[in-house]
Design a protein around this ligand. Structure first.
Ligand code: KG4
Ligand code: ZN
Length: 352
C-alpha cells in the first residue's frame, strides 16, 4: 500500500520551507529565506520575517508542487510548525496551512519544529531507531532528549540554564565584530585556530553542579570569560588571535555538548544519538560527537548540512511520523505556541 503524501510547512523564524514526504521518502524540499535582510540590524526583525513569509509562501509552495509534479488534490495530510518560534512568523504559516488543509479536505497536524530537527534525519538518511538520545542544538535550544517514540513520547533530560549553543556563538561573533549570524563565522575561524591555545571554562562540569545538572548546559559564564579575555587584550593593546579565541571557545561548547550527550546515551541504554538543529552544522560538534560516540560504542546520526537549518522537510517528516503512529490530527482552532514544550510533539486535539 502506498504511504500517505504529507505536505510540510515551516515558518518558525526566517525560513519559509515547503516539502513533500511520502513515508520516509522526501519528494521535494524548497526554502526561501529572509536572512539577508538582517545583517544590518544584527538580529532578526520579527515584523520583516512575518512579511517575508507572507510574500514567499505561495511561490515556494508552487515551485515545490511543480518540482514534485504533484497536484494539491494528491496531498493526504498537511503538517505545519506550531512552535517554538516567533509568533508572527508561525501565524503566517499556520494560517496558510489551515486554509490549504480545509480547502482540500486534508487533516492538519500542528507539529513541534524542534523535534522536527531530529525527524528530518529519517527522510534524509533512512529510518531512525525507535528509541534514541536526541541532542537538539540551535539558536534557541540546547537540549538532551530521551526519545522513546518520535511521534508520541519525547522526554526532556536536560537543557540550557541560560544561552543556547547557537546564541552563544552569535554573541561571540558580535564580540569579535563578525557579521550576523556569527555562528558559521566563528565556526569557520575556529578551524584555523589552535584548540588548546586558550582554555575557557566548561559550565556545570565540576562539583555539585556536575551531579545536579548532569544533562544541563550553561554557556553564559563561558561567554563572559571570552568577553573578558578579548576586552582585556584590547585594553592592554595586545593583538587578539581571533582564530585561537574561536577555537578555544568552540572547544568548550562542544566538549560540554558531546560529553553530556554520550553520558545520557550510556545512562539510558540508548545505542544511538541523533543530533539536529541549526548548530548541528558546526564542524567541531560533528567531529567530536563522532569520535566520542565511537569510543563509547554508540552510533551517531546527523542530518546532512542542508537539513541542519530550518526547513520544510523536518515538518513533513514529523507529520509523516504522526500519520504513521495513527494519532488524531490537531483541532482547527490551535494557535502558535512560541514556547511549545519539547515533550509536546504535536498539537493534540482537545480531549485526547
Ligand atoms: O535551528 P536554526 O536554523 O534556528 C533556530 O534557532 O531555531 O539555528 C540557527 C542557529 C544560529 O544561532 C546560527 O548561528 C547557528 O545555528 N549556526 C551555527 C552554525 N551554523 C548555524 N553555529 C555554529 N556553527 C555553525 N556552523
Ligand atoms: Zn530550528
Amino acid at each position: 500500500m502506498t504511504q500517505p503524501l504529507v505536505l510540510g510547512i515551516e515558518s518558525t523564524c526566517d525560513e519559509t520551507g515547503v516539502a513533500l514526504v511520502r513515508g520516509h521518502d522526501l519528494l521535494v524540499d524548497r526554502t526561501a529565506t529572509s536572512m539577508d535582510q538582517y545583517a544590518r540590524y544584527g538580529g532578526i526583525i520579527p515584523e520583516i520575517a512575518s512579511r517575508a513569509h507572507l510574500e514567499s509562501f505561495l511561490p515556494t509552495l508552487d515551485s515545490a508542487l511543480d518540482e514534485a509534479g504533484v497536484g494539491l488534490d494528491e496531498i493526504d495530510a498537511v503538517a505545519v510548525a506550531a512552535g517554538p518560534g516567533l509568533v508572527g512568523s508561525l501565524t503566517v504559516g499556520i494560517c496558510a496551512a489551515k486554509a490549504l488543509a480545509s480547502s482540500i479536505g486534508a487533516p492538519l497536524y500542528g507539529v513541534n519544529h524542534v523535534i522536527g530537527h531530529l525527524a528530518v534525519d529519517a527522510v534524509a538518511e533512512g529510518p531512525l531507531p525507535q528509541r534514541f538520545i536526541g541532542l537538539v542544538v540551535s539558536g534557541g535550544h540546547s537540549n538532551i532528549l530521551l526519545v522513546e517514540d518520535l511521534a508520541t513520547d519525547v522526554r526532556e533530560l536536560g537543557g540550557t540554564l541560560d544561552d543556547a549553543a547557537g546564541e552563544a556563538f552569535d554573541k561571540v561573533g558580535r564580540l569579535l565584530d563578525l557579521p550576523y549570524p556569527g555562528g558559521p563565522h566563528v565556526d569557520r575561524l575556529s578551524q584555523q585556530g589552535d584548540r588548546s591555545a586558550i582554555r575557557f571554562p566548561r559550565g556545570l562540569a565540576a562539583g555539585k553542579d556536575k551531579d545536579r545538572h548532569k544533562y544541563d548546559f550553561s554557556f553564559s559564564g563561558l561567554k563572559t570569560a571570552v568577553a573578558r579575555y578579548v576586552e582585556g587584550a584590547r585594553e592592554r593593546g595586545e593583538r587578539i588571535d581571533a582564530a585561537d579565541v574561536c577555537a578555544g571557545f568552540s572547544e568548550a561548547v562542544n566538549d560540554s555538548l558531546t560529553a553530556k550527550a554520550v553520558r545520557a546515551a550510556l545512562d539510558t541504554g540508548c545505542g544511538t544519538i541523533v543530533v539536529g538543529g541549526g548548530f548541528s552544522a558546526n564542524s567541531r560538534l560533528r567531529a567530536l560527537i563522532g569520535e566520542r560516540a565511537a569510543a563509547a560504542g554508540l552510533s551517531v546520526r546527523m542530518p546532512p548540512l542542508r537539513f541542519c537549518t530550518d526547513n520544510g522537510a523536518q515538518i513533513a517528516a514529523m507529520g509523516s511520523a504522526l500519520v504513521r503512529a495513527g494519532v488524531a490530527p490537531s483541532d482547527w482552532d490551535f494557535s502558535p505556541d512560541s514556547g511549545m514544550p519539547l515533550t509536546q510533539t504535536w498539537m493534540a486535539p482537545a480531549g485526547s
